[in-house]
Design a binder for this molecule. Structure first.
Ligand code: DX5
Ligand code: ZN
Length: 216
């Protein structure tokens, strides 16, 4: 059964033609639009703020999945809440009060998710899983599209799934970074529910076909 959900990361889209890129990707069988927000502090890159997210929200017909790679999560949640995203992920490595931020997202009717860098342990979020809609496991170091997939995420996902089954079976596992048609079956076998893919989809002549390749 095809169960894998696909979230194209617009980081690899043509920003000079962003509106059309968003309209086109929404015509594919993708499930949500992944928006990478970087502040130049938590990660060595800067991307987009409210002006661009507003432009995306205007034309997108799929749910928005915002991935914060920032130091001040609270500030960015307040900035983006008006666009009514489906979900917001924040990094456990950047948040002093993750439990409080999860509650805030719930109050705003935004699905809360926590992202883990490749080095971070799933133990760091054991007592938060109960309140989460999703855990995002990074399979590259955050900051850039087009990097190589780090395979240790597969073992991590299998371990995480065991924990999720015990604590909160509704919580989904998302993997982000270096996803393509070579590793998609491995990801499915590792119990991943949602994959994020940027360069694999947007650097192709047929993003629609690439999305379909990942829907297994
Ligand atoms: C990296 C971002 C990813 C990135 C994925 O920090 O979180 O979402 O855009 O791009 P690819 O699929 O090219 O690795
Ligand atoms: Zn991302």
């Amino acid at each position: 059964m095809k169960t894998m959900l696909v979230a194209p990361s617009i980081l690899s889209a043509d920003f000079g033609n962003l509106s059309q890129e968003i309209k086109d990707i929404c015509q594919t069988s993708c499930d949500m639009i992944h928006i990478d927000v970087m502040d130049g502090k938590f990660v060595p890159n800067m991307t987009i703020g409210s002006v661009v997210v507003e432009a995306i929200a205007k034309v997108a017909t799929k749910p928005l999945d915002i991935h914060l790679m920032v130091e001040n999560n609270d500030f960015f949640v307040d900035m983006f809440k008006v666009f009514k995203p489906h979900s917001i992920s924040f990094h456990i490595e950047s948040e002093k009060h993750p439990h409080r931020l999860i509650q805030k997202l719930k109050t705003l009717n935004i699905k809360p998710a926590i992202a883990l860098n490749p080095h971070s342990s799933i133990e760091d979020i054991r007592y938060l899983i109960k309140d989460l809609d999703m855990v995002l496991l990074m399979s590259v170091n955050p900051g850039f599209g087009g990097q190589k997939f780090i395979p240790s995420v597969l073992e991590k996902s299998i371990e995480l799934k065991k924990l999720i089954n015990k604590i909160n079976p509704n919580c989904k596992i998302q993997v982000d970074g270096g996803v393509n048609d070579k590793n998609i079956q491995l990801l499915k076998d590792a119990k991943v529910d949602i994959v994020v893919a940027g360069s694999y989809i947007f650097k192709s002549k047929s993003p629609k076909k690439m999305v379909e390749n990942l829907k297994i």
